[in-house]
Design a binder for this molecule. Sequence first.
Ligand code: SF4
Ligand code: SF4
Length: 757
Amino acid sequence: MEDKIGVFICTGYGIAEALDIDALSKVATEEYKVPFCKTIDSCEKADLKTINDDIVSEGLNKVVIAGISPRRYTDNMFPEDIIVEKVAIREHVVWCQPPNEEDTQMMAEDYLRMYITKIQKMETLEPFHPEEAIDKSILVVGGGVTGLTSALEAAKTGYDVRLVEKTDKLGGWLGKQYKSIPSKPPYRDLEDTRIDQLIADINGNSRIKVYTSAVTSEITGAPGLFDVTLKSNGNGKPGGEVLDKFRVGAIIQATGWKPKEPRDTLSYGRVEDVIRNVDLEEMVKEQGRITRPSDGKEVKSIAFIQCGGSRNKDHHSHCSSICCLTSLKQATYLREQDENAKAYIFYEFIRTPGHYEDFYRKTQEDPGIFFTRGDVADVTRDEDGKLTVTAKDTMQGEQIQVKVDLVVLAAGMVPNSADSEAIRALEDAKFTVATGESEVQKEKATEKVKELESHEGTQILNLEYRQGPDLPVLHYGFPDSHFICFPYESRRTGIYAAGSVRQPMDSILSREDATGAALKAIQCVEMTSRGEALHPRAGDKSYPDFFMQRCTQCKRCTEECPFGALNEDEKGTPLVHPTRCRRCGVCMGACPERIVTFKDFSVSIVVSMIQAVEVPDEYEEKPRILALLCENDAFPAMDLVGQHRLHYDPFVRIIPVRCLGSVNTAWIKEAISSGYDGVIMIGCKYGDDYQCHFIKGSELAFSRGENIREKLEQMAMETERVELHQLQISEYEKLPEIFNNFAEVIEEYGMNPFKGM
Ligand code: SF4
Ligand code: SF4
């Protein structure tokens, strides 16, 4: 169908008072000869109806609305097949620049040019629908409280579930607990774990198929099309027997945790009556009373040592969140067993957040529970068979000793995801690479780094992914995507981490977490079946198209895709799995051959937008700065710049990009060749606590900086003409300063000699 573009210019909100609307209209009608251009009084909800009427009466199929920011339109008011682009001349121009000045007018006209050019090149989106039907069932890996709750919640919502547990029974750690910490007012009394009821509900639900003593030996495919092979459990790894093969649409990994081995100095493993909190829990569950492992005698006194393996920078540096409450609970077991028994709790800090403080208070009121702040230095066996605990740095500044029957160490939680030993070995190897004494030592360590980096995580899921068989993990082995913004999301689309494999949490929080993950899995299968992207470009119907005839098999896209969406064949040709794709465009930024395109975002579209700006010649002394802003934080921050009426350099021209990782160096080269005086790129913050919505896109843009420098040097241009910045949306007030400082740098270097060539 032939394009028929309509341009609507809003005159409300002070726009007409600040700009020459006739001149702006002429950009559309005379320069671009668009067949239909109209001014409108406002461009909010009610007024959009008039645009819809014109779309119908004029037969328009592409519409540019110059007015308020695209982020102000919360609903899509237009028919699906109409391509609409919105230009924020209110927020980005009129609210930030002085009215009726030449530079303000030039800015508005340039934006109209850029977006008319853009829409000319955009094509109608057609959502991706694979040839095979999308499967909406859900695989839950892990039969503890999180896995069971996820399975039950998904099944109750109407989705079929396959639940896989590696041991021979359901329940996980909660199944081994005697009682639970209080979950309801007055938050003082221990409760039944309710795990038996949960297991009964699972077994009674016809939508849930349970596999025990089973592990996933292979998972191929992509969201909506995951093909799973289950094998018998051969000591934690796939055994010989294939139990089943089936297809699912999404996966929840609820593989829980394992206890961290306590510090050596606390005698665990050497002295029989020094046990871990998990051991005590299992003992009480099994025999209903606390006895000494060494002689089976009833215990009259226990020393609980908090952070027995945690929050120690040399051992296990993070808090496991449940250990304090577990010790309070277990001290209560002892006191219920024997009213004369004594529990000594040695701690540095007691952490009992929220309502759990009430339970803490109850134990403080108990005359048989003693709290001592101090660092336990030693645990020794006495001749009389008792144990002596020595603590130093107590609140009184004295060293104290307590004789007890049993010592219980609050062992921390390690997620059952990554191989934490492998993570530590990787860190050691990297350290040697950086600081090794000899080249031979460094080379060996480099080889080790390569070997360890090629395998991320233990083989729990056994994904057939080019980028590794498991969910990649964060620093401490948690496979979460981000701890604040994106819970449950992992770096593998359609696979969600939940419960204590995601972060340390108790069983009450695990139940909530399980429900959240079940919702994410449901969202995944539903949106995938509609051909839409998942978080963070939720609902996006575009997807990347690879023009394979020109692929040089350089593997940059397959290595850099943050979500493992691309496998590759033996020659290195990318094998695209569109339903794994989050539409970030990182592959487009990576590809030196520029063969990756989206129908609404491509190297060529952005090049056209860059070229559409009128670049004054050098004698006019009006530089032009191209600003490539990430759509997730930096570009929305521009709206806040407008709302706060903050002024910024009028020579900046902004183009939003899906992620800074989607920036192709061709755009920078094009800008400089077209006479722009500088290019500034602003993306989200990166690092382990990243905010980059596409995980490493922003970081990739920085690491590709070397290519950019090379390009500039080839063009005999100063490398200072390109700058990269990280910014979070709350730092919006820094944006004008960043632009203005860069404009000063450009002024120092003078006009680009390519102008007018
Ligand atoms: S758009 Fe992003 S998620 Fe999709 S294939 Fe490219 S790099 Fe991977
Ligand atoms: S980056 Fe481009 S050329 Fe390289 S493998 Fe990927 S698609 Fe092919």
